[in-house]
Design a protein around this ligand. Structure first.
Ligand code: AHR
Length: 505
């Protein structure tokens, strides 16, 4: 089997957006408590943050982190999480049926974000709350000084405002499971009035209206259209959320999950542009793909529910395998390919909860398989995204019809001259020979790095006991992998079910 792509430095889609490499910390399960925060852990710093997790978050290359939810935010009172810890109330979290201690709130999270060197994307509660509470939390975090809530922040030890630029107007309010679920009409009006109020306080905020919780939602398309009819001129983004899993052992369909992500993005762009045309607006709405990942949602939905209200219970701690990592690498390829319109994205979530980083309370932190394609893509995708039209053999999938066996995206950094290609082989059985034609760039390329994530056992995982079982290895050292440069072309042999990053210099 053979696939081929010809790259051209002039065929630029858009610059790589650093916000593409966002992640998500929700007050859910063990993401915050015993995830990023565990006073008493041997690695904890003076603020109670696990430095082993901080080091892994930096290695992952995360640039922006959405906080504090998620479904959690739709019942959250931000003021519970500020001020002296001993006075903070314990509350029920209806979304995950657990107890929130409020030991961590926005001031602590801002300190963590500074240490992790990430931007915060802050979500306000538009489930049980409205315009006033959104204004209040904005005044607390962003107003410099001299007002009741900015002075409260200063009295709580944060002298400087947190300066949060990008704000989500609620979370998944199209979902019947959401506390405060709304119709598109109700939500569109609320999002627009909240956006107007926030922008009266700070005109250059970047605001994200909730789009659909998935492309299979019954209101998909109509929801975006109605919401944007109301909010078009006062928001910059509409969100997309998507989670993928292997259904009934159908690995071939699962490996083609990025086909759905491409379709999702194209549909939302078309819908947003149609609203813009109807409104005769010159403005374009971009996409914030602020929840995406592999999530074995059906296992969670079928698991027995406990009636206990616990603090930081183990919730959706999925263990990822090789195939999951290949899909995550492919979803990043899809996000990069749409860099002209997807200008922010968050993998959900960062630690323990469907996460690239796992921890044990009092114990180690380690990298799941999905950590690796994220980390290498975040490190290597620099400069411009190039149009990458792969001529590939196809295969039939039950879920997505005919899909390409090979999918890829390339970035070119005019500053360093480096050219990087990210590529997956979705074949469950066969290696594919993949040729990158560089004639439009001229000759003289050499391979600076070529790593491949694959394994004879596509179900292999990383565990506490064997944390490095699955990781990228030099392509040439993998039995069915190879890389060679000849004339104007570089040729890779891609093992079955594999993700590869190739950096040329
Ligand atoms: O990331 C887990 C959950 O998935 C989030 O809380 C919610 O927004 C989505 O349904």
């Amino acid at each position: 089997l053979r696939a081929r792509v010809a790259l051209n430095p002039a065929a630029v889609v858009a610059p790589v957006n650093r916000r593409t490499f966002g992640s998500f910390v929700e007050h859910m399960g063990r993401c915050v408590y015993t995830g990023i925060y565990e006073p008493g852990h041997p690695s904890a710093d003076e603020d109670g943050f696990r430095t082993d997790v901080l080091a892994l978050a930096r290695e992952l290359g995360v640039t922006m982190v959405r906080y504090p939810g998620g479904n959690f935010v739709s019942g959250y009172r931000w003021e519970d999480g500020v001020g002296p810890r001993e006075r903070r109330p314990r509350r029920r979290d209806l979304a995950w049926r657990s107890i929130e201690t409020n030991e961590v709130g926005i001031d602590e999270f801002a300190r963590w974000a500074e240490k992790a060197d990430v931007e915060i994307m802050y979500a306000v509660n538009l489930g049980t709350r409205g315009v006033q509470e959104a204004l209040d939390v904005h005044e607390y975090v962003n107003h410099p000084e001299g007002t009741a809530l900015s002075e409260l922040r200063r009295a709580n030890g944060a002298d400087k405002p947190h300066g949060i630029r990008i704000w989500c107007l609620g979370n998944e309010l199209d979902g019947p499971w959401q506390t405060g679920h709304k119709t598109a009409e109700e939500y569109g009006l609320l999002a627009a009035s909240t956006a107007r109020a926030l922008k009266s306080a700070e005109p250059d905020l970047e605001l994200v209206a909730c789009g659909s919780s998935g492309s299979s939602m019954p209101t998909f398309g109509a929801w975006e259209s109605t919401v944007l009819e109301h909010a078009y001129e006062v928001v910059e983004y509409v969100s997309c959320h998507a989670y993928y899993e292997e259904h009934d052992g159908d690995l071939g369909s699962f490996l083609a999950s990025a086909v759905d992500m491409d379709h999702f993005v194209n549909s939302v762009v078309a819908t947003a542009d149609a609203v813009g045309a109807r409104l005769k607006s010159k403005k374009k709405i971009n996409i914030s793909f602020d929840e995406w990942n592999v999530w074995y949602l059906s296992r969670f939905q079928n698991a027995p529910r406990t009636d206990e209200w616990q603090i930081a219970p183990r919730v959706i701690e999925d263990r990822y395998n090789v195939a999951d990592a290949v899909v995550v690498g492919n979803l990043l390829i899809s996000l990069l390919r749409h860099s002209d319109r997807v200008t922010a994205a968050c993998q959900a979530q960062l630690v323990n909860v469907i996460a690239p980083i796992m921890t044990e309370p009092g114990g180690p932190a380690w990298r799941q398989t999905i950590f690796h394609p994220f980390a290498r893509t975040a490190a290597l995708a620099k400069g411009d995204v190039l149009e990458t039209r792969v001529d590939s053999p196809t295969y039939d999938t039950a879920r997505y019809g005919e899909a390409a066996l090979v999918d890829a995206v390339a970035t070119h950094d005019p500053a360093t001259g480096d050219l990087t290609v990210f590529v997956v082989n979705r074949s469950v059985a066969d290696p594919v020979e993949f040729t990158v034609d560089l004639a439009a760039f001229g000759a003289g390329w050499s391979v600076a790095e070529s790593v491949t994530l694959t394994d004879d056992d596509v179900r292999a995982t990383n565990t506490r006991e064997d944390p490095d079982r699955v990781r990228p290895r030099p392509t040439a050292r993998i039995p069915t992998g190879a890389v060679s440069v000849g004339g104007d072309c570089v040729t890779l042999s891609l093992p079955r079910v594999s993700w590869t990053a190739l950096r040329l210099t």
